[in-house]
Structures are given as structure tokens and as C-alpha cells.
Design a protein around this ligand. Structure first.
Ligand SMILES: Cc1cc2nc3c(=O)[nH]c(=O)nc-3n(C[C@H](O)[C@H](O)[C@H](O)COP(=O)(O)OP(=O)(O)OC[C@H]3O[C@@H](n4cnc5c(N)ncnc54)[C@H](O)[C@@H]3O)c2cc1C
Length: 385
């Protein structure tokens, strides 16, 4: 790129790529920097050339949205297959549909109830357990769970899974986390039941090819292996910065560390086992990981990839977050929100030309469609000025 860009975008994830593409298409010069050795952020995929399996580097990503605007936008950069996500959960050696539906209930209780019977039955189970355990106003996650679906369903599918995720007893977790448990009194086992559009990109490298197409524009320059901290003192004042990284890290944690939960993936190439589906959750305490992913099952547009004996299986282990580590899920509570607001004020003061964006900059969990929608909104705002 000759001369200075109009915008510097820090982070080549889906949020940064969407803003970059929109600004570049409106004639703005955009420099995108990314400190990892690859683009696409957490939706990055790579292909194993031995077997053609496209691996999701940071865990399974299924595109799903209710928004036509997002779908019309993203399908300019990728074709999607018709994959519809379903998940089974293993409990005491048996598989159950997840989220909980009529089949989950009948399998667990070894019954054959109709939808109406099951609804009444679960209501009654919850009422009896609440009374027996003397739960008045649920004070924590455990009491809330039991009051919503009864102790048996709660213990089988929620308790241990949640305790593994948060590395603490469900009694220490706030009842607030659990507003409701999506129980369906039908046979519908689609994981994203309300998604109007859903699928997996069919390009050579999945989501990576999609982001590559977004960034392939004459007004965009991309530099990987480039950390903002090494450039921050040399940026002219008239360059606007969109920062998609962690704000506490930007200021060297001077006000404190924003808490996150992290994950660790153990990836194995094997021809000795297959999950037979893309994701299996592990509900029990004696299995230390929460999910296993068998990535080939996303490639329904390539039956030969699925039919081969080889699988690439990733086991997902929840992990404590340490400063400088991989941030996956923000720990959302009053204290962390207060600290985040203090960082926003600090950011306004020290970098008046900076906008915080993306899931890391916003300190929020966003699905991909939300990240795209927010990026489209931001680009519209910027182009109005
Ligand atoms: C386990 C898991 C599974 C998920 N599954 C789904 C799913 O099935 N469907 C779905 O819709 N969503 C899913 N999501 C959400 C999805 O991952 C996010 O919506 C998406 O990654 C957000 O993109 P982003 O651009 O905001 O952030 P990111 O992808 O994190 O991109 C930010 C980029 O900024 C870079 N960066 C940070 N600091 C600096 C710096 N100082 N200098 C240079 N670069 C920097 C980072 O390296 C990173 O590449 C999942 C999330 C998790 C945690």
C-alpha cells in the first residue's frame, strides 16, 4: 500500500475482515494487521492434505443466522453446504439428543410419554424435588437447574458439564446464568432450531477461504505476524484504528485483568475410531473433556471425505485463563463489567482515534452472525461521517 491508510484494523477475524471489506469497497485504504501467523481469527480452518479433512483450529464453527442481511452479505464470499447441526450427549455410556427434547426425556426415564404427558411429568418432577430439597428462591445454578427440570435431568445433563466448564461447583455459580433450560417437548433435534440459514463454507479451506475472499481487495493490505504493540507509537493521528484485541492487554493490564474462560484442544488423526457425527458432548464428571469434534462430518458436500476410515478428532478441555493466553468466553459479572468500563474510558483518553470492536474488544461472546452484523453497522456509521 502506498502512503498511509485511512484505517488500521487490528485483528483479521470475521469482525475485522467485514469492516475492512466494507470500507475498502467504499474506496477507503485499509491496513489489516494480525499477530497470529494466519488470518480468520478463531474461525480459522486448515486442510489436512493426507485425507482432505478441513480442521477448525479453534473448535467447531457452524454458521447459523436468522438475519437475511448477514446471509446475503456472507454468501458473496463463500458457498455453504446444507449441513444442519445436531448434537448428542453421552451420559453413563448412552447417547441422548441435546438440547433436551422428548426423546431425551423418554430415554432417560425409560418411558414412552407423549409431549403433553412429558411436559406435565417434568413440571411435577421439578415441583416435588423443589419441595423435598426445601428450595424457596433458587440461590445458585444448582437450585435453579433443579427448579426448572427436576434433579434427575439436571444431574444427568447440566451439573457435571457445567462444573467442568467453569471448574467449580454448580453451587458456587450464580442462578442468573441459567435463565431457562431449552427443553423441547417434540422430536426436533436441530441444535439451532430458529436458524433461518445454516451451513458450512465449502471452499478449499472452509472459513479461511471465505475470509481470504473478503480481504482480497485492491484497497486492503494484510500483514500477518504483526502485533499492534510494536506499531502503536508510529501511527499518524489521522489514521482511525479499529482494535479487535483485548483492551486490558493493550494497556498492559494497568487497571487489572479482565477474566475469561479458556479452552485446550487435543487433536488426533486416527483410523481406529470415529464419532459417527460432528460433535458429542460428554456430560459425566469422569470424562475430563466437555466435547469431542469429528470434523469430517461437516463436509457433507464431499461424501468421499466422510466415508474414508480416517477421522480427525479434537477433544475440548475447559481451561483456566491466564494473562496472555487464549481468551474464549468472557466471565460476565458486575465486577468484570465495571473493570471493562474503566478500560473504555482509559482507551478514549489515550487513543482518541480508536474504536474497540470484535468479540475481544467488546468483551462479549458473539456468534459469527452477530460479529458480522455489528461490523456491518460499524462500517455504515464510519462511512456516514
Ligand atoms: C469454542 C467456540 C466455538 C464457537 N462456535 C461457534 C459456532 O458454531 N457458530 C458461531 O456462529 N460462532 C461460534 N463461535 C463464536 C466465533 O468464534 C466468534 O463469533 C468469532 O470468532 C468472532 O470474531 P472476531 O473477529 O470478533 O474475533 P477473533 O476471531 O478472535 O479475531 C480477533 C483477532 O485479533 C487478533 N489480535 C488480537 N490482539 C492483537 C494485536 N495486539 N495485534 C494484532 N492482532 C491482534 C487475534 O489474534 C485474532 O485473530 C464460537 C466461539 C467459541 C469460543
Amino acid at each position: 500500500m502506498e502512503g498511509m491508510p485511512d484505517y488500521l484494523i487490528v485483528g483479521a477475524g470475521i469482525f475485522g475482515a467485514t469492516v475492512a471489506e466494507r470500507l475498502a469497497s467504499a474506496g477507503k485504504k485499509v491496513l489489516v494487521i494480525e499477530r497470529r501467523p494466519h488470518i480468520a481469527g478463531n474461525i480459522h480452518c486448515y486442510k489436512n492434505d493426507n485425507n482432505g479433512i478441513v480442521v477448525h483450529s479453534y473448535g467447531s464453527h457452524i454458521f447459523h443466522t436468522e438475519s437475511d442481511e448477514v446471509w446475503d452479505y456472507i454468501t458473496k464470499f463463500a458457498d455453504f453446504n446444507d449441513y444442519t447441526h445436531t448434537v448428542n450427549t453421552r451420559h453413563e455410556g448412552k447417547l441422548y439428543p441435546m438440547p433436551i427434547n422428548l426423546d431425551t426425556i423418554n430415554l432417560l426415564y425409560e418411558t414412552d410419554m407423549s409431549a403433553e404427558e412429558a411436559e406435565k411429568f417434568i413440571e411435577e418432577e421439578a415441583r416435588k424435588d423443589v419441595e423435598r430439597l426445601g428450595i424457596k428462591e433458587p440461590k445458585n445454578f444448582e437450585e435453579k437447574g433443579i427448579s426448572l427440570v427436576g434433579e434427575k435431568l439436571y444431574t444427568a445433563f447440566l451439573k457435571n458439564y457445567t462444573e467442568k466448564q467453569w471448574n467449580t461447583s454448580a453451587k458456587n455459580l450464580s442462578a442468573e446464568i441459567l435463565k431457562r433450560i431449552p427443553v423441547r417437548f417434540s422430536h426436533d433435534n436441530r441444535y439451532f432450531m430458529t436458524a433461518k440459514h445454516q451451513g458450512i463454507p465449502t471452499g478449499e479451506l472452509g472459513y479461511t477461504s471465505m475470509v481470504e475472499n473478503m480481504l482480497d481487495h485492491e484497497n486492503i493490505e494484510v500483514r500477518i505476524n504483526t502485533d499492534f504493540k510494536n506499531l502503536k507509537d508510529d501511527i499518524p493521528e489521522d489514521v482511525k484504528i479499529i482494535y479487535c484485541g483485548q483492551v486490558d492487554e493493550l494497556f498492559d493490564y494497568e487497571l487489572g485483568v479482565l477474566p475469561w474462560r479458556s479452552l485446550r484442544f487435543e487433536v488426533e488423526e486416527t483410523d481406529k475410531e470415529t464419532l459417527g457425527e460432528a460433535v458429542i458432548n460428554e456430560a459425566d464428571a469422569d470424562v475430563p473433556y466437555t466435547r469431542a469434534h469429528d470434523y469430517k462430518y461437516y463436509q457433507i458436500h464431499q461424501p468421499e471425505v466422510i466415508e474414508q476410515k480416517t477421522s480427525i478428532i479434537a477433544r475440548e478441555y475447559p481451561a483456566d485463563f491466564e494473562k496472555g493466553g487464549e481468551a474464549y468466553y468472557p466471565v460476565d459479572n458486575e465486577e468484570s463489567q465495571k473493570l471493562y468500563k474503566e478500560y473504555i474510558e482509559l482507551c478514549k483518553e489515550r487513543f482518541p482515534n480508536m474504536i474497540l470492536g470484535g468479540r475481544l474488544g467488546a468483551y462479549q461472546y458473539w456468534d459469527m452472525d452477530k460479529a458480522i452484523l455489528n461490523a456491518l453497522e460499524l462500517a455504515k456509521e464510519l462511512l456516514k461521517k
